[in-house]
Design a protein around this ligand. Structure first.
Ligand code: PLP
Length: 401
């Protein structure tokens, strides 16, 4: 039995079976590469599902974590802590429309915070009936009961009913249904700039701008879920910058601390100040270790973004070229968040063949391959991703390895 097989047998006995896992057990990482428990090396083109923006074991992050680990790990939020304030200042400096930050531990928690705050904002202003949330079909916002209710995919909701009342769904990217859905009872519209979990589907140009205008006109808040698209993933710090549109509230998680559990909700002054003492909290939120790592991540991401964009263009050119083989129907997304829609070959099968060639990525359904490599990707590594993926697609087309 290999070390991988042994670990899988043990895992299947002791872990809840809620993850559909591929048969790879990872033990170590460095830069854009990871090694499994049997010592096999992979180029990591998915980076913890868009989380490890600076790759694995980045020296600046190790330094930040080690230094903080020797100084202070955690204090309750009943006290102030320096790192938390520094990180909030740095995040807000990178996000000009926002002036308040709430820290928590996951994307779902950051979305939960913005959804709760949207309701509270209106309740505080004497409009408790403004409590409905409009969300999109095919969206993904997390797994807490409120966020899974907003998630527009029934398969994540089945068995967990009754869901949170007051949430309705509309088609993504269509202005007409949004206009119809916004009523005097609407607290907020929550939307991803790019649908991540539904197969990397960008909002049509102008959609976020229309959403801003409509929410402003009708008195609803606009909430962006940038859990997957934020922190440089699409080539700008936040994906909504591409549209020149600003929300009232926004969530960030995943890459914010490169894999150290950490998340944030950013808010305007007008709305953020309604999260009054005692109304919301988190024991670990804004933990000194997480904030220290996130500060280092933010500095590094800002420094490397121009180069990441050059490498992204190089990768896009090569992926577009794969369309010539006839098995790639569409390459979509932005920056280093890329969906490759296949035709006539199955995404899980292509990825199994890619693993044999030393490349890991992620399948969304049967047809889409998601790539979200570290932003530190080197030009040669981008070439390697395209080459290995192209070979795997060709092998799948021929009917085997
Ligand atoms: N929102 C989006 C857009 C996501 O992609 C995810 C996770 O994939 C979440 C929210 C939930 O984040 P978490 O798993 O950290 O709770």
């Amino acid at each position: 039995m290999t070390a991988t097989e042994n670990l899988i047998v043990r895992a299947n006995k002791v872990l809840t079976p809620n993850y559909r896992q591929v048969k790879v057990a990872l033990a170590r990482g460095e830069g854009c590469r990871v090694w499994d428990v049997d010592g096999r090396e992979y180029l990591d083109a998915i980076a913890g599902l868009a989380t490890c923006a600076l790759g694995h074991c980045h020296p600046a992050l190790i330094r930040a974590l080690e230094e903080q680990a020797r100084t202070l790990w955690h204090v309750s939020n009943i006290f102030y802590n320096e790192r938390q304030v520094e990180l909030a200042e740095a995040l807000l400096a990178a996000t000009p429309w926002a002036s308040r930050t709430f820290f928590c531990n996951s994307g779902a928690e950051a979305n939960e915070a913005q959804l709760k705050l949207a309701r509270k904002y209106h309740a505080d202003r004497g409009q408790p009936e403004r409590n409905e949330i409009v969300a999109c079909h095919d969206s993904f916002h997390g797994r807490t009961l409120f966020t899974v209710t907003c998630t527009g995919q029934q398969r994540y909701q089945r068995g967990f009913e009754p869901l949170v009342p007051g949430v309705r769904h509309i088609p993504y990217g269509e202005v007409g249904p949004l206009e119809e859905a916004l009523t005097p009872r609407t607290a907020a519209f929550i939307v991803e700039p790019i649908l991540g979990e539904a197969g990397v589907i960008p909002a049509p140009a102008g959609y976020l701008k229309a959403a801003r205008e409509l929410t402003r006109r009708t008195g609803a808040l606009l909430l962006f879920d940038e859990v997957q698209t934020g922190m440089g993933r699409t080539g700008k710090m936040w994906a909504h910058e591409w549209e020149g549109v600003t929300p009232d509230l926004m969530s960030s998680a995943k890459a914010i601390a490169n894999g150290y559990p950490m998340a944030a909700m950013l808010a305007t002054e007008e709305v953020g100040t309604h999260l009054t003492p005692g109304s919301h909290a988190s024991t670990f939120g804004g933990n000194a270790l997480g904030c220290s790592v996130a500060l280092a991540v933010l500095r590094e991401v800002q420094a490397i973004l121009p180069r990441a964009n050059e490498v992204a263009s190089r990768l896009w050119r090569q992926l577009e070229a794969l369309r010539e083989g006839g098995r790639v129907e569409e390459v979509r997304g932005r920056g280093l968040l890329i969906g490759i829609k296949l035709a006539g070959v199955s995404a899980p099968e292509v990825l199994a063949l890619a693993r044999e060639r030393g490349l890991i990525a992620n399948a969304i359904g049967d047809r889409v391959i998601r790539l979200a490599p570290p932003l530190i990707l080197a030009a040669e590594e981008a070439d390697e991703i395209a080459r290995r993926l192209g070979a795997a697609i060709a092998a799948a087309q021929e009917g085997g390895g």
